[in-house]
Design a protein around this ligand. Structure first.
Ligand code: APR
Ligand code: PHB
Length: 389
């Protein structure tokens, strides 16, 4: 088989790239290790920057998002039983969209299916050959049978545990990582959100976040120990702890109910450089991970896809290679800024096991400065709604 671009991984990055390219007549094959049901079963964040929203529309998959998504003009930050508001609209003229990653992925799968896009599920043993040559190919197995696809380019969209990044030799690849000494325990519940905007809360018992998916679906998180398991937390224990970590005013309004999903995610910052090796391009979680504070995971994936899509388009339509040649540099420049924001926001809001009295004073000064200073709020808002592509 031959195609123009082999895309490894059928998560949001791979699907979005495939959908955008297909609409411009560029042929792709997506290779996904799991099933569609499995991919859609993963609960991830749900805040879309305006750049992501535009890309979804450009890919022709914005209709349901525009209909069902919620525009948020700002967010609430809480500490010490009080809270303050950061107004994105006033500071940046833009907003964010609340629309779950699961819905984004579902819309992309539906669109790929409607256009008869080639997505192969349940692939095994994906191997990239000759990425640094002019004629790469990819081999993989389905039901024990080996297949081969020759291509012009390979997009590595296979997440943090994928094979694409590992294909880049260690003599070329440099990795940067920070692992945080805590996780987030998240639950999804069919209850109305406690507040119309998200609440990010610093408390001396640890961080908490009140988020949402829609008018009757809420997503809540509490910082937990890495040794905790979701089974250690029954619903009553979760709600009680959440209430103790958010201002009383909100705790009193919280409507609780049974959780329909409960999971723990460890927090990590990670970047690999470069994001291109020959004809292999890394995108999204395959190249970088952020802690979820600030919701930059999906959004940095989207900016990668934007740069790669335009680079491929320029090459196929005009024979112009500049976009592909500058891909890694452009993507990384934006990624590192999102890494900085996610790391700084994580530091501002969480309790660390080894935090000194001094560290706690610094954290408090950070929060008070943000609360009281319009310029600081503007900087926060610019980062939250997403830096320009
Ligand atoms: N072969 C084929 N597919 C693979 C392989 C492999 N060896 N390894 C992983 N995959 C698939 C996974 O099953 C998954 O569906 O690649 C996909 C990667 O998807 P994600 O992990 O969701 O990564 P990405 O598409 O880059 O999405 C952006 O940013 O912070 C996050 O939550 C956010 O998941 C979102 C991500
Ligand atoms: C979520 O709704 O899951 C969510 C929202 C904002 C974050 C992280 C997660 O910063």
């Amino acid at each position: 088989m031959r195609t123009q671009v082999v895309i490894i991984g059928g998560g949001p990055s791979g699907l979005l790239l495939s959908q955008l390219l297909h609409r411009k007549g560029i042929d792709t094959v997506v290779l996904e290790r799991k099933t569609r049901q499995y991919v859609l079963g993963r609960i991830r964040a749900g805040i879309l920057e305006v750049g992501f929203v535009d890309l979804m529309r450009e890919a022709g998959v914005g209709a349901r998002m525009d209909n069902e998504g919620f525009i948020h003009d700002g967010t609430v930050i809480a500490f010490d039983n009080e809270d303050f508001h950061v107004d994105f609209k006033r500071h940046t003229g833009t907003t964010v969209m609340v629309y779950g990653q699961t819905e984004v992925t579902r819309d992309l799968y539906d669109a790929r299916e409607a256009m008869e896009g080639k997505v192969v599920f349940n692939v095994d043993g994906v191997t990239i050959h000759g990425a640094d040559s002019d004629a790469p190919h990819v081999t993989y197995f389905v039901d024990g049978v080996e297949h081969r696809i020759d291509c012009d380019y390979v997009a590595g969209c296979d997440g943090f545990h994928g094979v694409s990044r590992q294909t880049i030799p260690l003599s070329v690849r440099r990795e940067y990582e920070k692992v945080y000494p805590f996780g987030w325990l998240g639950i999804l519940s069919e209850t109305p959100p406690v507040h119309e905007e998200l609440i990010y809360s610093n408390s001396d018992r640890g961080f908490a976040l009140c988020s949402m998916r829609n008018a009757n679906l809420s997503r809540y998180y509490i910082q937990c120990s890495l040794s905790d398991s979701p089974d250690d937390w029954d619903d009553a224990g979760f709600w009680e702890e959440l209430k103790r970590r958010i201002p009383e005013e909100h705790a009193d309004n919280l409507i609780t109910g049974p959780s329909i999903e409960k999971s723990i995610a460890p927090l990590r910052s990670f970047v690999t450089e470069p994001m291109r090796w020959g004809r292999l391009f890394l995108c999204g979680d395959a190249a970088h991970i952020v802690p979820p504070t600030g919701a930059k995971g999906l959004n940095t994936a989207a900016s990668d896809i934007h740069y790669l899509y335009h680079g491929l388009l320029a090459k196929y339509q005009d024979g112009e290679a500049e976009g592909l040649d500058s891909y890694s540099g452009k993507a990384l420049a934006r990624v590192w800024k999102a890494e900085r924001f996610s790391w700084a926001t994580t530091n501002m809001l969480h309790r660390y096991p080894d935090q000194s009295e001094f560290d706690i004073k610094m954290q408090r000064a950070d929060l008070e400065f943000l609360r009281d200073n319009d310029s600081a709020q503007k900087v926060f808002a610019e980062n939250y709604v997403g830096l320009p592509y």
